[in-house]
Design a protein around this ligand. Structure first.
Ligand SMILES: Nc1ncnc2c1ncn2[C@@H]1O[C@H](COP(=O)(O)OP(=O)(O)O)[C@@H](O)[C@H]1O
Ligand SMILES: [Mg+2]
Length: 386
């Protein structure tokens, strides 16, 4: 949605500057970006002194992408000696595209971590430490990585992500050294560190040639977790808790289970995802959520994106794509009937439309739908659907 403007056709100076900044920023050339920001600081000194001051301060602090943690750590980012690839992904100012939807258990566990960090004095006075290490457990695509990002954002700390699957794919002989470097680096910064795909370490266990190396690696990991300072937040995520070494598992004081989203979580997710592009989403989210039962958030996200793309390319309304999605969904027959009945009872669609969407005949729908509720539907729709 565009904001109403006094001069809808005339680009203001600020609009032009914003576009120019975007153009330069997208080239990724830090020096050019700094030059243009310096120019803006001068240009806006009289008309918007606060903005100009803010820009000047930022330029002085120079938080560049190459050293987002400069003020906190002088150590260089750890790099694998063989590949020279950065082992760590650093998000200096963690941001989310959309707000996460967490199950109640997850919300309260994460809320507790945040509260502990916000009131450390209270804990210290009682002789307690805040939670140092938490393990996120759950299937792929349910928000474990997102939760780490959310926590870092809430705590105003940078997020460091070490993808163990990636580390393990490098020469195993070096992994122990690499892991130690990364953890030493993370310890020296006031950050949230996420050891992502922690089970990658365990998965290599059947590879007999490397048993000795793996044992050493697990030992390094255990030592590092034990040494982790209580000022830092150490998180780890895994899809396969059963593969984890029990000694590692025990070292995490808090275990947070991330379940697959339930019907209402999927409905809210669909609403949130589609509302900006598709005002009629309210009519569809409940229906679509039924077809996505048992799937992860990232599955839902992917399927909806596919539908949106094909609607745009095929020049068809999104409703039509959703109809197809519903028709193809492998929802069990009994669930389809219940579903068709419910949407008619709730007055979401006519019997004819329900048949079209679900493949359940109007006769069946008519027989099953509660007459009392359906009457309400008819009245609300203002027409007889039988
Ligand atoms: N709980 C959630 N709430 C909202 N979106 C989610 C949630 N979980 C996953 N997603 C979506 O799926 C994507 C992948 O999630 P991610 O956190 O990487 O999953 P995991 O780490 O559990 O495999 C996210 O970027 C987000 O768009
Ligand atoms: Mg993840």
């Amino acid at each position: 949605m565009t904001q109403p403007s006094n001069q809808p056709n005339k680009k203001t100076e600020i609009e032009a500057d914003l576009l120019q900044l975007a153009r330069i920023a997208l080239t990724g050339r830090m020096q050019d970006i700094q030059v243009i920001l310096r120019r803006f600081a001068k240009r806006y000194a009289s008309s918007m002194p606060e903005v100009a001051d803010g820009l000047t301060t930022l330029l002085h602090e120079l938080p560049t992408q190459a050293s987002p943690l400069r003020q906190q750590a002088d150590l260089p980012l750890p790099v694998d000696l063989d590949t020279r690839l950065h082992l760590l992904r650093v998000e200096a100012e963690p941001a989310l595209d959309h707000e996460p939807i967490f199950a109640p258990g997850v919300t309260s566990a994460l809320g507790q971590i945040v509260e502990e960090r916000r009131h450390p004095q209270k804990l210290i006075r009682a002789g307690l430490d805040p939670t140092r290490a938490a393990l996120f457990v759950g299937p792929p695509g349910v928000g474990k990585t997102m939760a780490a990002r959310w926590l870092a954002r809430e705590l105003g700390r940078p997020l460091l992500i070490l993808d163990l699957a990636a580390v393990m794919s490098t020469l195993l002989g070096r992994t122990g050294t690499n892991l130690r470097h990364v953890l030493e680096y993370a310890k020296s910064t006031n950050c949230v560190l996420l050891l992502d795909e922690l089970d990658a370490i365990a998965k290599r266990r059947d590879d007999h040639g490397e048993i000795g190396e793996l044992k050493r690696l697990v030992t390094v990991l255990i030592q590092q977790i034990d040494d982790w300072p209580s000022s830092g937040v150490l998180l780890a995520a895994t899809n396969h808790p059963d593969l984890l070494d029990p000694a590692i598992w025990r070292r995490f004081e808090l275990h947070v289970e991330f379940p697959l989203p339930d019907h209402s979580a999927i409905t809210r997710f669909i609403d949130g995802m589609l509302a900006p592009h598709f005002p009629a989403v309210g009519k569809w989210s409940e229906l679509l959520a039924v077809t996505f039962a048992g799937r992860s958030f990232s599955d839902v996200e992917r399927d909806l994106s596919v539908s949106r793309r094909s609607a745009v390319l095929g020049d068809v309304p999104l409703d039509e794509e959703f109809g197809r999605l519903l028709a193809n969904a492998s929802v069990a027959k009994r669930a389809r009937i219940r579903f068709a009945t419910t949407i008619v009872e709730q007055g979401l669609v006519s019997q004819r439309k329900a048949q079209e969407l679900t493949g359940v005949s109007r006769d069946t729908i008519r027989r099953r739908a509660s007459p009392k509720k359906t009457k309400i539907t008819k009245r609300r729709n203002g027409k007889d659907t039988s």
